[in-house]
Design a protein around this ligand. Structure first.
Ligand code: UDX
Length: 478
């Protein structure tokens, strides 16, 4: 590892650069706060686009004002303001950042601008899918740790992409999606084509996503270590495959609960919202008026979209299940005009409640919530795990396809509805999760929640790995 060349002992000063997405920014802000609590200075770099949304909607500025060593810094991603930066055009954001953000980051790090009162940056923590940050760190001689905010099970598949190609399991076109996949270690018994990241469903290997994840992933080995938002008891066997590529792993999750425990230990816990969207808290009083574990919470994260027809299938299935539901319908959830049909708004009054964006962590922790219909984003999955809430999974893209397989087949925490969208199936699965098989799922969810909390308690794996990470950051800063 490189050490700081100055003879005077420097304060640790970490620059964190997350991937500019809701889920990743959210979890990296949790890590930033944990480091601040541990007396480490943090410069948190986001793109201008994320910066303006954070200032508009979150309480990040007031929340971090109590940490004098924290600075929020923005740089351009090189794209025009009106660029969507998501959906099918997210690759353009990667390309543009490689070209435009890379020199800006280098300039920021070498100009002395960030040093003011906090000493020079002694270490970088960046999302491992942005290998250009590794280049910058190596150029200027600063230590770098990579993070991946996805599940280890999805990461393990990304690392195995060359093996899958070599074995002829990729690419595949059409054919039977239930064909077993044998080339990913520790997943031979249950992985099918349909559980691979969505970008694998292509008849060519030249697609931008498959190339991005095949190439960028191998770059993680260049970092001093890889920080993962997971815990050993949930993904242990899979982590072994990742250790073959990156031996120095820091599994420190679930991060949101880890931060909560650190703050509670200092008696300064307040619910944190790093949301890029405005939360509608009115749903909390609606939940207060519902019976214990009677409500299914429905949310498809920050990126997934659906057609109006799919929305109607979900709505009819939910209404027909006769369960109460709280549904997050973001203004950009429905493709096309985005309008929620009047029939849905009117018809929901009796059985449910709709908001544009919810305080999700608090919702999942509410005693009335007994199930989660989710897109299986990794943050949502971990938030549900920690609260012991069983899930119905409707994965949209990327890692979500494999997360949902693990939820249903490996961890037995719920049901996987991937590749269908039918009111009859929605109704049946909601009834199964909330009524017929309620006790069975609650029991395994409760068991997993206990394992998560055990990993965060003194002596637990995530607790010890975080201590080791903090110590390593301090050591390389001397
Ligand atoms: C993206 C990818 O889609 C996902 O697969 C990957 O694992 C991480 O990045 P996203 O759609 O943002 O994920 O889902 P997720 O990872 O679940 O993160 C969503 C975050 O938004 C969660 O932390 C959740 O608490 C928060 N959220 C969601 C709210 O605060 N309110 C809401 O109403 C909905």
């Amino acid at each position: 590892m490189q050490t700081n060349s100055s003879s005077a002992p420097a304060s640790p000063h970490v620059l964190i650069f997350p991937l500019p997405l809701q889920g990743t920014v959210n979890s990296m802000l949790k890590l930033a706060e944990i480091l601040c609590i541990s007396d480490i200075n943090v410069t948190f770099v986001v793109t201008d686009h994320i910066h303006s949304r954070l200032l508009r909607n979150s309480n990040v500025v007031s929340r971090f004002s109590k940490y004098p060593g924290f600075v929020l810094q923005s740089i351009s991603d090189g794209l025009p303001k009106e660029h969507p930066r998501g959906g099918s055009r997210y690759i353009e954001m990667f390309e543009s950042m490689k070209l435009n953000s890379k020199p800006l980051l280098k300039e920021l790090l070498t100009s002395g601008w960030l040093d003011r009162g906090r000493g020079p940056v002694t270490c970088i923590i960046a999302d491992g899918v942005m290998s250009f940050v590794c280049d910058v760190a190596n150029d200027i001689g600063v230590n770098i740790f990579c993070t991946r905010t996805l599940s280890a099970c999805s990461l393990s598949i990304f690392f195995s992409l060359p093996k899958l190609i070599e074995a002829g399991e990729l690419p595949f076109t059409g054919g039977d999606l239930d064909t077993p996949i044998k080339s990913v270690p520790a997943m031979e018994k249950f992985l099918r084509r349909r559980d691979l990241p969505s970008f694998c469903r292509s008849d060519t290997l030249s697609g931008p996503s498959i190339q991005l994840f095949k190439n960028e992933n191998q770059e993680n080995a260049r970092a001093q270590g890889l920080i993962l938002n997971t815990f050993e008891d949930i993904e242990g066997p899979v982590l072994e495959n990742i250790r073959a590529f990156c031996p120095n792993l820091y599994t420190i999750g679930p991060l949101h609960a880890h931060l909560k425990m650190k703050l509670a230990a200092k008696s300064c816990y307040t619910a944190s919202s790093n949301s890029l969207r405005k939360e509608d808290r009115s749903c909390m009083s609606w939940l207060d008026s519902q019976a214990c574990k009677s409500v299914i919470y429905v949310s498809f994260g920050s990126i997934a979209t659906m057609t109006k027809d799919q929305l109607m299938e979900f709505w009819c299935g939910l209404v027909n299940s006769e369960c109460k539901f709280l549904w997050v319908i973001r203004p950009d959830l429905i493709a096309g005009d985005g309008e929620i049909p009047e029939e849905v708004l009117e018809g929901t009054k009796e059985r449910g409640y709709i908001v544009g964006w919810a305080p999700q962590e608090e919702v999942l922790g509410h005693q009335s919530v007994g199930g989660f219909l989710t897109h299986s984003g990794w943050n949502s999955t971990l938030e549900s795990v920690v609260e012991g809430v069983p899930m119905i999974c409707w994965p949209y893209f990327m890692d979500q396809q494999v997360n949902s397989r693990f939820v249903s087949e490996v961890w037995k925490l719920g049901l996987d509805m991937k590749d269908t969208c039918d009111r009859v199936i929605v109704e049946r699965m909601v009834k199964d999760l909330m009524v017929k098989r309620k006790d069975e799922f609650l029991k395994s969810a409760d068991r997993m929640a206990n394992l998560a909390m055990k990993s965060l308690s003194e002596g637990g794996s995530s607790y010890s790995n975080l201590e080791r990470l903090i110590q390593d950051i301090k050591t390389i800063s001397v």
